[in-house]
Write a protein that binds this ligand. Structure first.
Ligand SMILES: NC(=O)c1ccc[n+]([C@@H]2O[C@H](COP(=O)([O-])OP(=O)(O)OC[C@H]3O[C@@H](n4cnc5c(N)ncnc54)[C@H](O)[C@@H]3O)[C@@H](O)[C@H]2O)c1
Length: 450
């Protein structure tokens, strides 16, 4: 349904009580997220990288000087109210897994919260090595049928809610990238989707079972990996019909964050482009999984999509009609989670003179991803309390391949995404939209004087 009228701002239920956060996958990103929250709520670290914790939002005219913190403007859950759980095919608790991931300093950042991390024992996973070829672990559900796994995840959600006295929950996919799956007939509507589950159809991936279980249990779902997962008609329609917010795909953290900040600059100045070559080395488990060509294909599709929608080669064929866009990921164990990305951009300016820009980004994958997981958790919960069901396009800011309503193209420009997010918060709270027009400040100059 579309409407030409601005929609009325929603009523938002208060963020009272406990919010259960269940991570699918207890690897580098999930443990860095959980450990970070544990440290921050004890006042032992700062939530750098998190818009919900540090960002402010301007309201009204510039002369009004109103710019509260986002977390004081919209009713978000406080960090003390979060309670964590996870599934993983490996038996390591969050402490052991975090030590193995090698992201955080053991003495400084894991020992002080070791007890809280050890309490997070992964639940047996709905896992099938056919979808993540480089991994296999023992901590898996006994019933390997897709129906059995679906019911197992639903039982886990109910038991977790009960055990921890959660008022609300959010599920976030922080698990490995699954092999590439094309959307097909089994995903087209709920009847066929359910029939495919009962027939153990390979088109139904483990991530779809988690997402479906979440929707059936009224739990919002975010997809931090590029898998299809909840981006299929059957689950999109179910999310809308059952009043549950969803979003994805693939956390926008390193190279793609840079790409979606730089590409709008070239485009804004009408500088042309011959090629953009991106390569990465990384040595964590994610890198190992992405070393499998089928998982890499899922990631590559997600990473390649961004340039076309930003640069619009169909509108500007003379500038962007013939770009060689290449993305490579190389598994290189010595680097662990400390990914290094190189970008080489061949672009041209006035009269066609060529220039180059080179970016060498020495980043930390999970350090960049963890605050995104936190923001998504808090914003998805906010969306649910505001009655905003289905796709949350305003959270595109966090994703490489944002989910959008059918028929829309995704918005990839980081700054448009940022504006969209903040304007959505303003709309939710009944505040004026900020268009940056600002002619009212120049009324005396612009209006005819008599
Ligand atoms: N900057 C980033 O770190 C970043 C950015 C974008 C996307 N991602 C994606 O986030 C995901 C997590 O990244 P990571 O670095 O934490 O990887 P990781 O390999 O450290 O952790 C993933 C965990 O998921 C588990 N897993 C796999 N299949 C599962 C299943 N069916 N059920 C439950 N657990 C399962 C694995 O055993 C592993 O422990 C990956 O898909 C990655 O591509 C990460």
């Amino acid at each position: 349904m579309t409407s030409d009228q601005p929609l009325p701002s929603p009523e938002i239920a208060p963020a009272d009580g406990r919010l259960g956060v269940v991570c699918v996958g207890l690897g580098a990103v999930a443990t860095t997220f959980i450990a970070g929250v544990e440290l921050i709520r004890r006042g032992m670290a700062e939530p750098f990288g998190s818009l919900t914790q540090l960002g402010t939002i301007r309201l009204g005219k510039r002369t009004e000087e109103r710019a509260p913190l986002i977390r004081e403007f919209v009713p978000l859950s406080g960090l003390d109210d979060l309670v964590f759980g996870a599934w993983d095919p490996f038996e390591d608790d969050a402490y052991v897994s975090a030590v193995k991931a090698g992201v955080l300093d053991v003495g400084r950042h894991l020992e002080p919260i070791a007890e809280a991390l050890r309490d997070i024992q992964p639940m047996p996973a709905a896992f099938d090595p056919a979808y993540v070829k480089r991994l296999d672990g023992p901590n898996v559900m006994a019933d390997r049928s897709k129906r059995g796994q679906l019911e197992g995840i639903r039982d886990d959600l109910r038991a977790f809610r009960e055990r921890h006295g959660c008022d609300r929950m959010v599920m976030i996919w922080c698990a490995s990238t699954e092999v590439f799956v094309d959307p097909g007939p089994a995903h087209a509507d709920l009847d066929r989707f359910v029939a495919a589950i009962d027939a153990d159809d390979p088109a139904i991936t483990p991530s779809m079972l988690y997402a479906y279980a979440a929707l059936l249990e009224g739990v919002p779902f975010a997809n931090g990996a590029p898998n299809l997962t909840v981006d299929i008609p059957a689950l999109r329609d179910l999310a809308s019909a059952s009043g549950v917010p969803i979003c994805g795909k693939d956390f926008k953290t390193g190279q793609t964050m840079v790409k979606t900040a730089l590409a709008p600059m070239f485009k804004a100045r009408m500088l042309g482009m011959d090629g953009w070559y991106s390569t990465n080395i990384l040595g964590n488990r994610d890198g190992e999984v992405l070393d499998d060509p089928e998982s890499f294909r899922t990631k590559e599709t997600s990473k390649l999509g961004v340039l076309d929608t930003i640069l619009q080669p169909d509108v500007y064929p003379q500038l962007y009609g013939d770009i060689d866009h290449v993305v490579r990921i190389n598994y290189y164990p010595p680097r662990g989670d400390n990914k290094e990305g190189w970008d080489n951009i061949d672009f041209f300016g006035w009269l066609g003179y060529p220039m180059q820009m080179k970016v060498n980004f020495l980043c930390r994958d999970s350090i960049l991803a963890a605050p995104l997981a936190l923001d998504l958790t808090l914003f998805l919960d906010l969306a649910q309390r505001a009655g905003m069901a289905g796709i949350q396009e305003w959270l595109s800011f966090y994703f490489k391949a944002p989910q959008v309503a059918p028929g829309l193209y995704p918005e990839h420009d980081l700054f448009i995404q940022h504006t969209k997010l903040k304007n959505t918060l303003r709309w939710m709270m009944g505040e004026e939209q900020i268009t940056h027009l600002g002619v009212e400040y120049y009324a005396e100059d612009y209006l005819p004087q008599d």
